[in-house]
Design a protein around this ligand. Structure first.
Ligand SMILES: [Zn+2]
Length: 236
């Protein structure tokens, strides 16, 4: 049946051309979201290959993590920033799954995923999830899970309240703002395990720190963190 679907896709693409989200070139079969050229030219951090990388250092003295990695750098005008914007605000759910899956192959190939037991996305507030209809971090976790074969669970880490926008706050206020915002629903599901918490972007690290704190309350647990992008200079 797959060739019939292919014919259908090709027929449909006569009317709705599939374009690369970054350069608007026509996508060929096998390409999703981005053309191969744009995909290959995206700036990569390679943090998964570097112990004590910049992102890991950002959490030193704040919370205990085993490893941290991010696919790309989140700069003004950077390709990953445009992609994440479309993922969050244009309903492009396919971007989250595709980039998560692609990054998962990279991570698995390097051994980064080796002793990870469960992938857990950073939860959205219920209000925002209702507005958007989906949690972009859960889509990324789904993609990571597909390529690494590590299961993901989006019912373990939950948001307990609604936080205000963090953009105009200082670090201390931000931390105060997210502290106690997350909780673990089923501690027995993660006790004794190595959890990988996944988000779309890590900028201040305060949301991720609060998630790590919440999960660590369980005890007898290891935590690592991953994101599609991180700020060049983490504003700590
Ligand atoms: Zn392109």
């Amino acid at each position: 049946m797959s060739h019939i679907k292919d014919i259908g896709d090709d027929f449909l693409s006569l009317f709705l051309p599939r374009l690369c989200l970054a350069c608007r070139a026509h996508l060929v079969r096998g390409e999703e979201v981005l053309c191969m050229e744009c995909l290959l030219s995206m700036a990569r951090t390679d943090f998964h290959l570097k112990r004590d990388n910049m992102l890991e250092q950002a959490f030193w003295g704040r919370c205990r993590i085993e490893r941290a990695a991010a696919f790309s750098i989140y700069n003004r005008g950077s390709r990953i920033r445009r992609l994440i914007h479309s993922l969050k605000y244009d309903g492009r759910k396919d971007i989250g799954v595709m980039l998560g899956q692609m990054y998962g192959y990279t991570l698995a190939g390097s051994g980064f995923m080796d002793d990870i037991d469960i992938i857990v996305p950073v939860p959205l507030s219920s209000g925002r999830q209702r507005e958007r209809g989906y949690n972009q971090s859960a889509l990324i976790a789904e993609g990571l899970s597909a390529s690494t074969r590590v299961p993901f669970r989006n019912d373990i880490l939950i948001r307990t309240g609604r936080s205000e926008s963090q953009t105009r706050r200082g670090r201390y206020e931000r931390w105060e703002n997210v502290e106690g915002l997350f909780a673990v629903r089923d501690p027995s599901a993660i006790r004794g395990k190595h959890i990988l918490i996944a988000d779309d972007v890590i900028t201040t690290g305060s949301t991720m720190e609060a998630c790590v704190d919440a999960v660590s309350q369980t005890g007898d647990i290891k935590v690592s963190v991953v994101a599609l992008a991180t700020a060049q200079k983490l504003t700590l």
